[in-house]
Design a protein around this ligand. Structure first.
Ligand SMILES: Cc1cc2nc3c(=O)[nH]c(=O)nc-3n(C[C@H](O)[C@H](O)[C@H](O)COP(=O)(O)OP(=O)(O)OC[C@H]3O[C@@H](n4cnc5c(N)ncnc54)[C@H](O)[C@@H]3O)c2cc1C
Length: 442
């Protein structure tokens, strides 16, 4: 039950929007989610792999028990192939994660993860999740914000949280309002991200053992193969003829053509793209935009998730960075609104100060995750000689442990945020202690 009369309107019922809904509910802050799709968990075919830092946050929210039934831990065996089927490496490349924080990443089917986030909302707040609500306009006033949907309906709140993805309408509206208020303000461009690669993904009935994972590396194109509990997924990556900031829509013919271009490439021992692609259950294709916005909030509008930062999926960090946004934002917001008198509300200047704290808390860890994501993508695609040497020769399991995990990933993971108002038993522990242990909240 809400303990304050502060209300957040969340634009977008994707994974980040629904995670925010859980967090706000636990913080005692009222919310409404406006989702443009007809259903919450549209099956677009992709997987989402989550590491220990994200899963412990979901554990704090009480969601982990049900999620275990859906996910499959990746590894221990990762194989690396060239496109002619030569297996140039094989080993436990993710052991470092298990050693440092108790768990290798766990792979979920995205639609099942999102459905579970929805299903696990308490019954009394499920009516706050509204579908077929495409947000078309936002007014940000001194006292309240109004959100207008394309069916003419209007929703009023104290804060609008744009979790509406890479092509965020909330981000576009916020930019327009900020520039109208001050034409000289230095703002992100309307299309703030650039795509250098595109990806086609597909899911199919699990062909090999749970946890199997492979990379197929080549100049400017690569594949990832992942096997979860029930399904397998392939991700086919290809460098674009030139980088673009535009939004390209791909047709089913484009999907078919890309599948055919990769048909003979291996994804596992004795398994090629052509052996799974024709039997795909779901799939999709998009350009992979990359970048981080500089403007995270204005007036009564703030952004989270893909709406403000976009990374390539090879390292599996996109949603995970969005979860960290939610933790940071809700921790700070709760401190501001929950102790205040019910009638006080929050001024725009107080909110804008909050956006600065939120952005500065998230900036360095986010930049680190974006760096890792960009590197992994370019290593898989042999983007230049240096990346080729890393991918093809240098990154053997032992060195991978030291470089990627012990030096880069484990220190970042240990500093990952957790909710500072929710207690929980620590679900994962390894050799590297958490900086924010759940039992000893900071
Ligand atoms: C192939 C692939 C594999 C990936 N694998 C991983 C992985 O392993 N691990 C990981 O952490 N991340 C992964 N990601 C990234 C992850 O999917 C995204 O980072 C994540 O989905 C972002 O969540 P979001 O809620 O911010 O945005 P989205 O998932 O884009 O959700 C936005 C929601 O807003 C809604 N919306 C949009 N506009 C409006 C509007 N005007 N009004 C109302 N609603 C609107 C949309 O319908 C959607 O439901 C992967 C991505 C891809 C493409």
């Amino acid at each position: 039950m809400a303990v304050t009369n502060f209300k957040v309107i969340i634009v977008g019922g994707g994974p980040v929007g629904l995670t925010a809904a859980h967090a706000l509910h636990k913080a005692g802050i009222d919310f409404t989610v406006l989702e443009r799709s007809n259903e919450i968990a549209m099956d677009v075919g992709a997987s989402i792999a989550l590491g220990s830092a994200t899963l412990r946050v979901l554990h704090q929210l009480g969601l982990l028990d049900q999620l275990w039934d859906l996910g499959g831990e990746i590894g221990p065996l990762l194989k690396k192939f060239t496109i002619d089927g030569y297996k140039f490496k094989s080993g436990d490349f993710l052991y470092g994660m298990k050693k440092s924080h108790g768990l290798r990443p766990v792979a979920f089917h995205r639609a099942e993860l999102v459905q579970s986030l929805y299903d696990q909302l308490p019954e009394e707040v499920k009516p706050n999740i509204l579908t077929r609500k495409k947000v078309s306009d936002i007014q940000s006033g001194e006292k309240k914000a109004k959100v207008v949907c394309d069916d003419g309906s209007i929703y009023e709140g104290d804060l609008v949280l744009g979790a509406d993805g890479v092509h965020s309408q909330t981000r576009k509206i916020m930019r327009k309002l900020a520039l109208e208020a001050d034409p000289n303000v230095n703002w992100d461009p309307e299309a703030p991200f650039t795509a250098t690669y595109r990806c086609m993904w597909a899911s199919f009935k699990r062909p090999t053992a749970v946890g199997d994972t492979a990379e197929t590396q080549h100049k400017d194109s690569s594949i990832m193969y992942l096997v979860g509990k029930e399904r397998g997924w392939i991700f086919l990556y290809e460098k674009l003829p030139q980088p673009t900031k535009e939004r390209t829509s791909y047709t089913s013919e484009d999907v078919e053509a890309m599948g055919n271009r990769f048909a003979e490439y291996p994804i596992w021992d004795n398994l090629k793209v052509k052996d799974v692609f024709p039997d795909r259950m779901t799939g999709g294709m998009s350009d992979l935009h990359e970048g981080i916005c500089n403007n995270w909030g204005w007036g009564r509008i703030v952004l989270a998730g893909d709406a403000i930062h976009k990374v390539c999926p090879n390292a599996g960090l996109g949603y995970q960075t969005g979860v960290q946004d939610v933790v940071s934002l809700v921790n700070i917001l709760r401190q501001l609104v929950v102790p205040s008198e019910p009638s006080m509300g929050l001024s725009v200047s107080a909110l804008e100060a909050m956006y600065k704290s939120y952005q500065s808390q998230r900036w360095d860890p986010l930049s680190h995750d974006a760096f890792i994501s960009g590197q992994v993508t370019r290593i898989h695609a042999w983007a230049n000689v240096w990346y080729y040497l890393l991918g093809r020769i240098v990154l053997v399991p032992h060195f991978m442990d030291t470089l990627m995990n012990d030096w880069l990933q484990a220190p970042a993971t240990s500093k990952a945020l957790a909710f500072n108002f929710l207690d929980a038993e620590e679900p994962f522990e390894g050799q590297v202690p958490w900086v924010h242990p759940l039992k000893n909240l900071y």
